[in-house]
Structures are given as structure tokens and as C-alpha cells.
Design a protein around this ligand. Structure first.
Ligand SMILES: NC(=O)c1ccc[n+]([C@@H]2O[C@H](COP(=O)([O-])OP(=O)(O)OC[C@H]3O[C@@H](n4cnc5c(N)ncnc54)[C@H](OP(=O)(O)O)[C@@H]3O)[C@@H](O)[C@H]2O)c1
Length: 259
């Protein structure tokens, strides 16, 4: 599957991995439409990636999606690739009072939006030969990091959803791919989450974008670069050991948060 001359709708295209994917896709001659909430950040992305198109939209708001769909149908009718990359990651400690709205928001962005966007855009994709959906999950889809319990659960749900979608859409010609990155050095990893990664190598967004496009073209349907592949393997071969490791990481994270 060649990734050139395509029309790509890329959520979260204004920062981190999405911005790196936008740059790599445009450089290969694809038409890329980046979606994000903050118009200023989208503007900066357009300046950084000449030729990038942008639409401001909160994908977690179900009422915003009909307009997004209408705009894409009108201005980018050749859409043949949907990359569900937008995501948020929060540290949530259920020992303490939790902001219910923030928790719900995380579920809506990371999982609800992907399900809704697939429902909106699959009919369009089915009309284009060789079309493709890429859902960006995480290595944490295979083993939860307890400091980010809702994030980890949304990514596990996304992994499951992507598996079902791949099977359902097989005969429609729409290929369904999961990109499960390891820790990446992006603005998403902040504060104690970044501190928890201390001493561990983090991939760059550009490296993960390059691996993603290489593996997409090679026909890989579950792309698991670096540490994500190890997490997937351990979750199958030694799940108890892996959970003990995640619990130990959480214990040291919790201790440093209290200090
Ligand atoms: N960084 C990591 O270590 C890591 C590891 C594994 C997987 N991932 C996954 O990789 C993807 C990209 O993460 P990143 O690290 O590149 O994060 P990032 O730098 O924080 O970028 C997140 C992007 O999503 C957009 N976004 C967030 N909420 C949105 C909403 N409701 N509607 C539309 N756009 C929204 C943001 O733009 P606005 O804020 O302007 O909306 C931004 O463009 C995510 O799915 C993440 O879970 C990241």
C-alpha cells in the first residue's frame, strides 16, 4: 500500500506525533487535513508544514462532527485515509476527590470520538479503493499504567475496537490499522508522567511517524514500535510479571508525587 497522493484526515495534527505525521505525509505528496481544537496551534502547524490544511473542531463533541463531515465531503471528497490520533492523558488518583468532567472528557476524546469518527467517515472511505483507517492507541493498551487509569483503559478499548473493525470491514476494502506507540517525547508527557519516564529512552515523534509510514506501506496492521512491542509480548507471555512491574512503577511514581 503506497502512502502517496492520498487525502488524509488527521485528528490531533497540530502537535506531537500528529504534527510529525502531518509533515511526513505532506512530504510524500499527500493532501493532509489536520484537526485540533486550538486555532492558534493549527495556524502554527500550517506555518511549520507548508501545504497543510486545517479544520478547528473538538472531536469529543458529538454535535461538532456533522459539520466536520460536511466540510470534508465538500472540500476533500477524495478522502481515503482517516488517522484517529487526537488524544489526552491525565493523571487521576481515585484516592482523592476526582473531577468527574475531566474523567469523562478523557473517555470522549480517546475513545468516543474515534468510534463516532469511524461511523461518520466509513461510508466515504468505502467509496475509495485502497482506503485506510489508522487508530493511534498506545503500548499502554497492553498493560495499564495505574497513574493514568482512564487513559490506559481507553487505549485498551481502542485496541479491542480496532480489532473488531478490521474484521468487519475486511470485505469492504477499508484497511484498519492500529499504531500503538511507546513513550514519545511530546507535550502530552508532562509533570509527574514525564518524571516517571526518567532514565528511560523516549522515542521522538519524527522517528515514530517514520516507522508508522514504513510499516503501513509494508502491510503491517498492528504497528508496535520499540517498547510497545515488548509490552504486547509480555502481556501475552508473562502478564502477572508485567502487572507487578507496572505496580512497582506506580509505587515509585506515587512516592515521588508525595515528596
Ligand atoms: N506521547 C506519548 O508518549 C504517547 C505514547 C503512546 C501513544 N500516544 C498517543 O499518540 C497520540 C498523539 O499524542 P501526542 O503525544 O502527540 O500528544 P500531544 O502532543 O498532546 O497532541 C495531542 C493532539 O490532539 C489534539 N486534541 C486533543 N484533544 C482534542 C479534541 N478534543 N479534539 C480535537 N483535537 C484534540 C491536540 O490539539 P488541541 O489541544 O488544540 O485540540 C493536539 O493536536 C495520542 O492518541 C496519544 O494517546 C502518545
Amino acid at each position: 500500500m503506497k502512502i502517496d497522493n492520498r487525502t488524509v484526515l488527521l485528528t490531533g495534527g497540530s502537535s506531537g506525533l500528529g504534527l510529525a505525521l502531518a509533515g511526513a505525509l505532506v512530504a510524500r505528496g499527500n493532501t493532509v487535513v489536520a484537526v485540533g481544537r486550538d486555532p492558534g496551534r493549527l495556524q502554527a502547524a500550517r506555518a511549520a508544514v507548508p501545504g497543510l490544511h486545517a479544520i478547528a473542531c473538538d472531536v469529543a463533541d458529538p454535535d461538532a462532527l456533522p459539520r466536520l463531515h460536511e466540510m470534508v465531503q465538500k472540500d476533500f471528497p477524495a478522502l481515503d485515509m482517516l488517522v484517529n490520533n487526537a488524544g489526552v492523558m491525565r493523571e487521576i488518583d481515585f484516592n482523592r476527590a476526582t473531577d468527574v468532567d475531566r474523567v469523562a472528557d478523557e473517555v470522549d476524546v480517546n475513545f468516543g470520538a474515534v468510534v463516532r469518527l469511524c461511523a461518520w467517515f466509513v461510508p466515504m472511505l468505502m467509496r475509495r479503493p485502497g482506503s485506510c483507517i489508522v487508530n493511534v492507541s498506545s503500548g499502554l493498551a497492553f498493560a495499564p499504567f495505574p497513574a493514568a487509569p482512564v487513559y490506559s483503559a481507553t487505549k485498551a478499548a481502542l485496541h479491542s475496537f480496532t480489532q473488531s473493525l478490521r474484521i468487519q470491514l475486511k470485505s469492504s476494502g477499508v484497511r484498519v490499522v492500529e499504531l500503538a506507540p511507546p513513550a514519545i517525547d511530546t507535550p502530552m508527557l508532562t509533570g509527574a508522567m514525564r518524571a516517571a519516564m526518567d532514565g528511560q529512552r523516549m522515542a521522538s515523534a519524527a522517528d515514530i511517524a517514520a516507522i508508522a509510514l514504513r510499516d503501513l506501506e509494508a502491510g503491517v496492521d498492528e504497528i508496535t514500535p520499540g517498547g510497545a512491542r515488548m509490552l504486547r509480548l509480555l502481556s501475552r507471555l508473562a502478564p502477572s510479571l508485567l502487572m507487578r512491574q507496572m505496580a512497582a512503577m506506580y509505587a515509585s511514581h506515587a512516592a515521588s508525587s508525595r515528596a
